[in-house]
Ligand binder design. Structure first.
Ligand code: ZN
Length: 462
């Protein structure tokens, strides 16, 4: 294992050196280089089928398949991404972001954690699996799909998945872009929230008008919009769209117990995650972790309208706009929430005002797997073996392509990740804790063996 570890770290450093910033067109050549780099490593490792899917406008994705010897073994698709976030503000980095540095047991550099480290973890996991079992092929048919546009919001993922439906067919998806709750509290993530963004605009007339000549006699769109925004929540911070909570699935008693047992310091959480907020707030009856993991939200992201420049302009503005986003939990659906929002806006549009609702794309549905799903139980067992301690459940408050992958593949999706929430992903000085990645690799090695066991395999493949 020591030799494997050294080459693992050296490899990850090599990959981190490639600045594959997908959102920046000046770095698209680097995204191509990164895909090529991964393709070459997979071939080096003996994966029999390796392809770079490079049909624009999508940035290149890498696909690989290593069939199990036993044709009845389940097929597992591992998802990750090789594009990375931009590095601004670059002056806040202690070391150049694409010159990886080892410091203690950490590896620092852009992409070390999100998500190159975790993809590399799976490559190592397979090597460990083959070495430990003496096999020449994995116990399950393994497929690897590493996209190049995750940090851009995966705009072509649906098309890519549809175009390669046959190659990507599987019995289970393993999603790698996920973290542990804390270094000393290994957890298995069981879901992510969805998101729907919308822009609500209220129009009065066609032009701003003099607030003396017309003020007091015509509706003010900014005032009307402020009332709509104020009406979004009740005094208990619950969202007031009609039917908003109808499809919300409550966490299981076991999940709530697990969340409550996780180490959590509210002051520290506020300092690290609250952006300087001085107190927490939210729905009564739910803890902070529950509020961000298993409860849906409406947040006003920005309000604009009228004159906001220097000095004063005594007007009634012609229009006002609010950008609002909703985080959704199972079994809510963005389409249904969009209908609820339109109805809410209609009800809160006063006479003399015209409203418009613009949606930001189709939204991302939420996803969660039942903790007692056999595939999830297999992950818990694999993680417990690797970390040598009981593993608890957690969720993620953010959103990602898990629901899309799950819906298109039509099979369960589980999470296997070994990074940390404070890895400073998307921020200066991104790091990954190398021993955790090694444990994650060990967990993957166990998982392939466990999933091939007759009873789980039968349930997955039937
Ligand atoms: Zn990521």
């Amino acid at each position: 294992m020591a030799a494997l570890t050294d080459s693992f770290v050296a490899r990850l450093c090599e990959w981190v050196r490639i600045p594959s910033i997908g959102v920046d067109p000046r770095h698209h050549a680097d995204v191509h280089e990164s895909a090529g780099w991964l393709r070459d490593r997979l071939r080096e490792d003996g994966w029999p089928e390796v392809e770079v899917w490079d049909h624009g406008p999508a940035l290149p994705a890498v696909f690989a398949c290593w069939p199990a010897e036993d044709p009845r073994a389940p097929t597992v698709l591992v998802y990750g991404h090789h594009d990375v976030q931009p590095v601004d503000p670059v002056e806040r980095w202690d070391h150049p972001p694409f010159e990886p540095v080892i410091s203690g047991d950490e590896l620092l550099g852009r992409g070390a954690s999100d998500d190159k480290g975790q993809v590399a973890m799976h490559l190592l996991g397979l090597k460990a699996h083959l070495a430990a079992t003496g096999r020449s092929a994995p116990a399950v048919t393994l497929k690897l799909f590493v996209e190049g546009e995750e940090e851009s919001g995966s705009p072509h993922l649906r098309k890519l998945l549809e175009d390669h439906e046959d190659q990507l067919s599987c019995d289970l998806v393993v999603f790698t872009d996920t973290a542990l709750h804390e270094r000393d509290a290994p957890t298995v993530n069981t879901g992510q929230r969805g998101v729907l963004g919308a822009e609500v605009t209220f129009y009065g007339g066609t032009d701003d008008v003099h607030s003396g000549r017309a003020g007091g006699a015509i509706p003010n769109p900014a005032t009307a919009l402020a009332k709509l925004v104020a009406a979004l929540h009740d005094d208990d911070h619950r969202v007031r769209l009609e039917g908003f909570y109808d499809d919300v699935r409550e966490p299981t008693a076991q999940e709530r117990e697990d969340y409550a047992s996780l180490p959590f310091d509210e002051e520290r959480w506020l300092a690290n995650n609250g952006g300087g907020a001085r107190a927490t707030q939210g729905e009564p009856g739910y803890t902070t972790l529950e509020r961000i993991w298993v409860r849906p939200t409406a947040e006003v992201n920005g309000i604009s309208g009228g004159y906001t420049g220097p000095g004063f302009k005594t007007i009634i503005p012609a229009s006002a706009t609010a950008k609002i986003s909703f985080r959704l939990v199972p079994d809510q659906h963005p389409d249904k929430v969009a209908v609820q929002l339109r109805e809410f806006v209609r009800e809160h549009t006063p006479p003399g005002i015209r409203s418009e609702v613009g949606l930001r794309g189709e939204g991302v549905p939420p996803y969660a797997i039942r903790p007692d799903d056999p595939a999830n139980e297999a992950v818990v067992e694999a993680m417990s073996l690797a970390f040598d301690e009981p593993v608890r459940f957690a969720r993620a408050g953010g959103s990602g392509p898990a629901a899309l992958l799950q819906a298109l593949a039509g099979v369960p999706l589980v999470y296997l990740g070994a990074t940390l929430p404070d890895d400073r992903v998307h921020a200066p000085n991104e790091r990954v804790v190398v021993p955790l990645l090694l444990k994650g690799a060990e967990a993957a090695a166990h998982l392939w063996r466990i999933l091939a066991q007759a009873d789980i395999a039968k349930r997955l493949t039937r």
